[in-house]
Design a protein. Structure first.
Length: 262
């Protein structure tokens, strides 16, 4: 379970989610992307995947997971998000419980479940992020994004006891990613009980914008671009991490309770 998150919107979080998911699938990893950015869901647009059904149809129990999911590039599966009204600003406890029921039979079908979470500090969003195996924070260089990322780590560390965070610097110039991470790590280290791991950076690449306009993910539309190569390196780094087998899935989808009942 990998939660892709950020302190605010506009950091390119969803672009990272979709391109990372496809890159993992290209490595032969069985990957699903769950778009939980309720209200601003657009992963399906960036992937060029059309769907009349969304996570809302799943959480209202009208449809089963096999009816809602769609196949994206490289065989990555997508659970499309819900835009507009109907689910509120986050995925609440009731919706999470239904999602758990839907996922439970499929927990062994995937190597990676990426969750594109809503940016920001909403309580439901923080709970969603805290239950994952890997918290992937998308860090941007803008001062507001930098401070909002700090506030996000602070909320997860102090309210939910999260201690480990993976950082990806997004839309940065050559050589700027590590410097941005070092500055962020310095601030976090002075004030918070948190360990940060730098996973790499994604360059500010015009091909990313071209891919968005084409309604395709960058790694599919422009595989040789600097950003696509960076996503490939990031996927290899994540695929090589020594992560436990799905305990986050047990927390995220409520599977701990189900296993405890047997």
């Amino acid at each position: 379970m990998i939660a892709v998150t950020s302190g605010k919107g506009g950091t390119g979080k969803t672009n990272v989610s979709v391109n990372l998911g496809v890159s993992l699938a290209r490595l032969g990893r069985r990957t699903m992307l769950v778009d939980c950015d309720v209200g601003l869901a657009n992963a399906n647009i960036l992937l060029g995947v059309d769907s009349d059904l969304t996570i809302a149809d799943l959480t209202t129990r009208e449809r089963r997971i096999g009816e809602v999911t769609r196949m994206g590039p490289a065989g990555m599966m997508l659970l499309p998000g819900h835009s507009g009204t109907g689910l509120g600003g986050g995925l609440g406890d009731g919706a999470r419980a239904v999602l758990a029921d839907a996922f439970r039979p499929h927990v062994d079908d995937y190597d990676h479940v990426l969750v594109d979470t809503g940016g920001g500090m909403a309580g439901e969003g923080l709970s969603l992020v805290a239950s994952s195996d890997l918290i992937l924070v998308i860090l941007a260089s803008e001062p507001t994004a930098f401070m909002d990322a700090y506030a996000l780590v602070k909320g997860l560390a102090l309210r939910h006891g999260c201690t480990d965070f993976a950082i990806v610097a997004n839309r940065v110039g050559v050589g700027e990613g590590r410097a941005l991470f070092d500055r962020f790590k310095g601030v976090v280290g002075r004030f918070l009980p948190a360990n940060l791991d730098y996973l790499g950076s994604i360059p500010d690449d015009p091909y990313l914008r071209d891919a968005v306009y084409a309604k395709r993910c960058c790694v599919e539309a422009f595989p040789g671009s600097p950003a696509s190569r960076a996503f490939g390196r990031l996927a290899e780094r994540i695929a090589g991490l020594d992560m436990p087998m799905m305990p986050g899935g047990h927390r995220f989808f409520g599977l701990e309770a189900a296993h405890g009942a047997h």
